[in-house]
Write a protein that binds this ligand. Structure first.
Ligand code: ACO
Length: 319
């Protein structure tokens, strides 16, 4: 029997503070109508001043462990996707490892911005497939509020903070992750980037985005990677039960769903309440749909994302 990895537990965490579009209009030259019409976003969660990406990741991981019934002693590895680490080093993953009381195994960060969770899932899946790990904690956690230019209305209204995690476990039962597909094209780095860093400006920097260009590439790249993923597994678009996309913009989600011939109620949507939480958005959405009973055992679930780099990717999972 083929060895695969399957998701045996999900968890997520959102900071307590909710900031509505109306609240943003007090400090930013924008409107609730503009934000909803262009992005579908109504509110976002923002981390408390003393709350870091590691704190958010830790809470998400605890909930995923609880849901899976797996103890920390049985986790071999932590792979954490983030573009907003607590520090340049050590990795946020090792910080979370210590918070979880895990003194064995390995922990490291993966950086692919909004595609980070798909990248981290692919890394973890492959470690399990080659037999180097049996159980891996995969986390996506971000505090994008810390890298936003709150004077720039074209970006600051679009993002939020949060985290999500899954426990991946080796399976020989035919279920789990069928395949993962990763892509990048560094020629487009200047369309979505942070204008700072340790080796350039010695500052953290702020997020900069050419929104229209990103939108155009996202629609094309996501459609291509979805088709590639289905073809690799001999599935048709009509075989998909659930699409769990990276939550950047409702218009991108609706466009992708339309292209796939899926109805909007087959798409897990959280962007209206969470905004774009980068690497956290897929595990956040997944956790919501698993916990409320939408995603059921045996169903075919497609995860996809596109982010800065550009990076993009997809994963097909039999739940
Ligand atoms: N409030 C009010 N007006 C605004 C705001 C705002 N917050 N932001 C921009 N505007 C104005 C602009 O100044 C512009 O005015 P002008 O015509 O007078 O110059 C007008 O609105 C239209 O601006 P556009 O940028 O052309 O608006 P567009 O319809 O393209 O929507 C958006 C912008 C929402 C950013 C869209 O392009 C988009 O969603 N792009 C994709 C972004 C994305 O998905 N990013 C994440 C992917 S990867 C990752 O997750 C990191």
């Amino acid at each position: 029997m083929t060895i695969r990895s399957r998701i045996v537990g999900t968890g997520s965490y959102l900071p307590e503070r909710i900031v509505s579009n109306a609240e943003l209009t007090k400090t930013v030259d924008t409107s609730d109508e503009w934000i909803i019409e262009r992005s579908g976003i109504r509110q976002r969660h923002i981390a408390a001043d003393d709350e870091t990406t590691a704190d958010i990741a830790y809470q998400s991981a605890l909930r995923a462990l609880e849901a899976s019934g797996v103890g920390i002693a049985d986790i071999d590895m932590i792979v954490l996707a983030t573009a907003t680490p607590d520090n340049t080093f050590p990795s946020t993953a090792t910080k979370v490892q210590a918070m979880l009381g895990m003194e064995h195994g390995a922990a490291f960060d993966v950086q692919a911005v909004c595609s980070g969770f798909i990248y981290a899932l692919a890394v973890a899946d492959n470690f399990i497939k080659v037999g180097q790990a049996e159980r891996v904690m995969v986390i996506g956690a971000e505090t994008f509020s810390r890298i936003l230019d709150w004077q720039d209305r074209t970006t600051c209204v679009l993002f939020g903070d949060g985290g999500g995690a899954v426990v991946l476990e080796k399976s020989e039962e035919g279920d789990g992750i069928f395949s993962t597909h990763l892509h990048s094209d560094g020629r487009h780095g200047n369309l979505l980037y942070v204008d700072g860093g340790p080796s350039t400006t010695q500052t953290v920097g702020h997020l900069r985005m050419s929104g229209r260009e990103v939108f155009r590439h996202a629609v094309v790249n996501l459609a291509a990677v979805v088709d590639e993923t289905l073809a690799a597994n001999n599935f048709q678009r009509s075989d998909i039960d659930w699409l769990v996309p990276h939550q950047a913009n409702l218009r991108i989600l609706s466009g992708t769903a339309r292209k796939l011939g899926l109805s909007e109620d087959q798409v897990v949507i959280t962007v209206d309440r969470h905004a774009n939480t980068s690497a956290a958005s897929i595990p956040l959405a997944l956790d919501e749909a698993v916990r409320d009973g939408r995603i059921q055992k045996g169903q075919l679930v497609l995860l996809e994302a596109m982010g800065g780099g550009f990076t993009w990717g997809a994963a097909l999972v039999r739940w």
